[in-house]
Design a protein around this ligand. Structure first.
Ligand code: AMP
Length: 466
């Protein structure tokens, strides 16, 4: 496979080339070099590409190129049937993909609509009914629109499953199956996944026809250009260590990962009390709040964004300089995803992990997965206030463990916070009011994922019977 050193040599429509150039892309990333020519040919693809590799343009540009000959400038909805469907696991990723697609099609008559749960259906309905060639969607909300006959997939020529591993993790298999059953059999299918479980391979076997496997990084490998550091601390020293890292390294635009929604709120609040411009982004926040926090972060009014894994999925912040794991993730794959937020598209990045004794096993699991030892560093940690210490010791011995998904799904027990600085930390956890309002979004972030996982992938062939 030849390498392409610029965007002029793929034979892409000049309007697409102009768009990517105006976005500042000059050199195609490795996945783009490989995927663009193959997708242009109409082949099915199984892409093993990490977040931040530029995979969105890798599939979106050639798809747009293939749709352009049929593009119509007519205002009539009938002249804008849905021809490409891009499925993503979360609303953030759907928004990010759509944001890119809209920029790529800016100079063309093609239209794109984004569809995800947790927000009013009406504007999406209007967009769909006015006719769009490209839909970027999370599975649950798309099914709602299909059920309401707001759109039809009968003319879809190409479908993309982005972050397929995460979609299966989140229990979307039945929804995906129902959607795929509404597509024409004759179509191009692309699937991207960062990890390759047996389940993913089965899905690929059922969903793709004679696919070409594209791999740009070693499976489960962490980006080479990300410097990884590990700080071993006592439980009660975690917040102090984080503050010290933020200050001593003068870090701005840092994404800090925690394992629970409650931990997310509390840590953001503690950082704010310390005079740091911090905000939290987690599953209890409304879409508006998340968007606002993300915008503030992108524009530099928020220096530290504290996030859970599900909320952070698909966040697109170009050249994010650093991520910090305040909690070690339970699933080693989440570590790879988390640190994939930095060092994106060739920029160098820093990933720091703060770990206590009770997280040793999780660290070992990560090191096994990434096949390397994370360099242990030390940091000056201010002594914790007296009293905060004893209560935490039990947790260092591994108590208070729950599955990461249970925690994200809102079933977290009130976990004692690091040094209790004000009475906020001793109050019981109260979910934000938006939780009830955001009920439809539950389809994007289902709480019953582990149970749903056992559904047979073969259902894709026969269709789900719901
Ligand atoms: P992705 O992996 O698709 O989420 O892309 C990660 C980020 O890299 C996004 O902000 C893209 O806009 C950006 N990007 C993608 N391709 C290129 C390129 N060839 N040159 C510079 N930036 C790119």
């Amino acid at each position: 496979m030849s390498d392409y050193h610029d965007f002029d040599h793929f034979g892409l429509d000049p309007r697409i080339v102009a768009a990517v150039k105006s976005m500042g892309y000059s050199v195609p990333t490795p996945i783009q070099s490989k995927a663009i020519p193959i997708v242009m040919l109409g082949r099915d693809v199984m892409g093993a590409a990490q977040t931040g590799t530029g995979k969105t343009a890798g599939f979106a540009l050639p798809i747009i190129h293939r749709l352009l000959p049929q593009a119509s400038a007519s205002m009539s909805p009938a002249r804008h049937p849905v021809r490409a469907l891009m499925l993503a696991p979360t609303r953030e990723l759907a928004e990010q993909v759509a944001e890119n697609v809209k920029m790529y099609i800016a100079g063309t008559p093609l239209r794109c609509a984004t569809v995800y749960g947790g927000v009013d259906m009406d504007p999406q309905t209007q967009a769909l009914r006015s006719g769009v060639e490209i839909i970027v969607a999370t599975p649950g909300r798309l099914l709602d629109h299909l059920g309401s006959k707001n759109t039809s997939l009968s003319q879809v020529q190409v479908v993309v499953l982005d972050e397929a591993d995460r979609m299966l993790d989140m229990g979307f298999l039945p929804d995906i199956s129902r959607i795929l059953n509404q597509l024409p059999k004759q179509r191009q299918s692309l699937m991207f996944s960062a990890t390759f479980s047996e389940e993913i391979k089965k899905l690929a076997a059922n969903f793709l026809r004679d696919p070409l496997l594209l791999e740009v990084a070693q499976r489960n490998a962490t980006a080479e250009n990300v410097q990884q550091e590990l700080f071993r601390v006592h439980e009660s020293e975690k917040t102090g260590a984080l503050l010290e890292l933020l200050r001593s390294r003068e870090l701005k635009q840092v994404l800090v990962f925690v394992n629970t929604k409650i931990g997310c709120r509390r840590l953001a609040r503690e950082l704010q009390k310390q005079g740091i411009n911090a905000d939290a982004i987690h599953g209890d926040k409304s879409q508006d709040e998340r968007t606002k926090a993300l915008e503030g972060f992108k524009q530099g009014t928020i220096d530290v964004l504290v996030a859970t894994d599900v909320a952070a999925r698909g966040l697109d912040i170009v050249e994010l300089p650093a991520v910090i794991n305040y909690d070690v993730p339970y699933a080693p794959e989440d570590y790879v995803h988390r640190i994939g937020r930095t060092g994106r598209a060739g920029a160098s990045g820093l990933a720091m992990t703060i770990a206590t004794g009770s997280e040793d096993r999780a660290v070992a699991g990560i090191e096994r997965l990434i096949k390397r030892t994370i360099e242990v560093k030390s940091t000056e940690v201010p002594r914790p206030p007296r009293g905060g210490d004893r209560r935490d010791r039990g947790r260092d011995r591994g108590h208070d463990r729950e599955s990461g998904r249970d925690r994200e799904a809102g079933r977290d027990r009130a976990r004692p916070a690091p040094p209790p600085a004000d009475d906020f930390f001793s109050k019981p956890y109260e979910p934000a009011r938006e939780e009830a309002d955001a009920a439809p979004a539950g389809r994007s972030e289902p709480s019953s994922a582990p149970g749903k996982k056992s559904l047979k992938v073969a259902a894709l062939l026969g269709g789900s019977k719901r």
